[in-house]
Design a protein around this ligand. Sequence first.
Ligand code: PLP
Length: 410
Amino acid sequence: MIDKIKVNFKEDFPILEKKVNGRRLVYLDNAATTQKPKSVIDAISDYYKNHNGNPHRGAHSLSVEATSLYDDAKEAVKNFINADSIDEIIFTKNSTESLNLLAYSLSEDFKENDEILLCISEHHSNILPWMRIAKEKNLKLKYIYIDENGSIPESEYEKITKKTKLVSIAQMSNVLGTIYPIKKISKIAHENDAIIVVDAAQSIPHLKVDVKDIDADFLVFSAHKMLGPMGIGVLYGKKHLLDNMPPFLLGGDMIEYVYENDATFAEVPFRFEAGTQNVEGAVGLKAAIDYIEKIGLQNIEAHEKMLTEYAVKEMLKIPYIEIYGPMDLEKRGGIISFNVKDIHPHDVSTILDSYGIASRAGHHCCQPLMRYMNLNSSVRVSFYLYNNMEDIDVLIDALKNVRKWLGYGS
Ligand SMILES: Cc1ncc(COP(=O)(O)O)c(C=O)c1O
């Protein structure tokens, strides 16, 4: 485990030296976005200092350098997720854009009464694009419901039938931390000739994700949740599926020929990358992948498991805290949503901030889930490799005092 090899990852993250409200910053909002190691910041700075040009467009040296850096980043992503070729990797703005692209470009194939199946815990990004095409094309939008432990009961899998055209599901819930059995869901989807889309926004920063192993038809994620920069995301798709999809955004760099009244489009992946691409984002994403791979996802996962176990154990000792999601910690990643009795989550989060702790309060872009759980909102803390046991101790100490701040005896 990381702590046993006595490496202080905080040193690699300049922002973690910052003081917040006079306290050491304890950054526990990693499910929203992660901090960036110096190597990522330096890679982006080096790109602008030494290599900036518009990729795929020019014969001049800087354009060629930018193209080569962009392609290197695709190669890194391809290897990271075990795709077959860089033609299966499309750079987008984020997971949200990847999901919108998919919903738009796949919808051509959908017919009235075809079913799209989501899980009730999906992020709005994995609901709204499907909801729109469901309304436009008279499709049926259905949901898998979870049990009180945040897991999917066996009977819910029976909702995947021959009528199901597509299943789109997050591998890890951004509210409950539940890790869903994606390989099993993918297998059932394929037995019913349905397409499976995996939203890996929360899983890929923390767990090894192999698109072949889980047999994902499509997979999406955002660089900013895995130590990379904002503004770049990934859409992976099996090549034969991408080949049959129309483009989403239209413009420069994605065409074959354009006439006054007609156009033909470039091959995959260029067909899906209209306009000037985010090369510094790609460079930063590659640096983030290099950093993660140097440490090893298995080590990251083990470290976060240790932090989560410790945090859950200590939080359960505080009588006025209710934790949501699986209590079987094997089924949960490093995300803990909870409420403090009688105190609004926004107040809890504001009080935590006065201890230097960054947490998140609200519906976490999961209103259908919150409604299903009879909640308006919750507080969420989420961990990453640079968190340590002392961070959890600061959190527990603050949580023990939250109610006192608002005049409750304990
Ligand atoms: C599970 C899940 N899917 C999708 C998204 C959307 O990610 P982005 O805002 O980077 O597009 C998030 C963001 O929190 C998420 O947690």
